[in-house]
Ligand binder design. Structure first.
Ligand SMILES: [Zn+2]
Length: 300
């Protein structure tokens, strides 16, 4: 069964780019009679807020994008991620790093592998006795990572140049790579549909899936929306928050059609009902190319 998720970070309003990602996941789930899961990635406690979470949920509800499971809040699952990090250490796929950011920089040898990967048992015992704080780093294997993106086709990355990245920080909080893979495995996600600003994260995450012996989901990286000047979308291109559209009196179905038809063409340009969209939706290489944010198109 198809299982997809929308996983926003509540560090701002539900903006148009995130809403489009949510919509594509929702349409994909509904088209294949799968499940759409809502996950709130709020482990960055200093930047996340309850108010923003509520705003995002309100925005989704207004658009008519109902979810089947969740919302699951990552901030309530820290123990789960810590366990996963331990599991990776036990499997020999990760190691404790006792470095501080300062001494790592000061050592002057910024290498992809930290010296902590080959500490003797005595040294580790010594550090533990001193009560040093430690992070967990992933031990990136050599070779290459290859996967077939549903939109971009085959993507190959050499892993030799990837630094042994941190999974669990010294303060016990998971990094994005750890929390997202742990949750995607736990929630049995089959398709990861997200913005192509994540393309550089994906090889690292595939390595973590492999190290945990889990099935790797299919990935679809959607091209980001650009302004008419072909620059990254921002405030100066007009309203970018979903609730602003609501407050201006737009109908949710018009906004949904505007978002859907940015990089998917169901046929003639017109307003389609949710039912029609569910039926006709596809996600493949035809969805590549950066859509342009053109507010005139919202005036159906
Ligand atoms: Zn280290």
């Amino acid at each position: 069964m198809v299982r997809v998720r929308f996983a926003p970070s509540p560090t701002g309003h539900l903006h148009i780019g995130a809403a489009r990602t949510a919509l594509y996941n929702w349409l994909y789930a509904r088209h294949y009679e799968g499940r759409f899961i809502l996950r709130v990635e709020d482990t960055d406690i200093s930047r996340s807020s309850q108010e923003m979470s509520e705003g995002i949920i309100k925005g989704l509800s207004w658009l008519g994008l109902d979810w089947d499971e969740g919302p699951v809040f990552q901030s309530k699952r820290l123990k789960f991620y810590q366990k996963k990090a331990e599991e990776l250490v036990k499997r020999g796929a990760a190691y404790y790093c006792y470095c501080t950011p300062e001494n790592r920089k000061a050592s002057g040898q910024w290498q992809t592998r930290c010296a902590c990967s080959s500490l003797s048992k005595e040294k580790i015992r010594h550090y533990e006795q001193q009560g040093l704080k430690k992070a967990v780093r992933f031990k990136v294997p050599g070779g290459e990572v290859r996967y077939k993106d549903m939109i971009h086709g085959t993507i190959t990355t050499r892993s030799d140049n990837i630094e042994d990245f941190v999974l669990l920080r010294r303060d016990g909080l998971p990094t994005y790579h750890l929390s997202v893979v742990s949750d995607d495995i736990d929630q049995k996600i089959t398709h990861v549909i997200r913005g192509d600003d994540h393309i550089s994260n994906t090889p690292k995450q595939i390595l973590v899936y492999k190290a945990l012996g889990a099935d790797i989901p299919r990935f679809a990286h959607m091209s980001l929306i650009l302004g008419k000047d072909r620059k990254k979308l921002s405030k100066r291109h007009g309203e970018t928050s979903v609730l602003e559209f609501r407050d201006k009196g737009f109908l949710p179905l018009a906004v949904v059609n505007f978002l859907a038809q940015m990089s998917w063409s169901p046929g003639k340009e017109r307003i389609y009902s949710m039912e029609e969209m569910k039926e006709k939706f596809y996600l493949d290489r035809r969805s590549s190319g950066n859509p342009i944010f053109d507010l005139d198109k919202l005036e159906w």
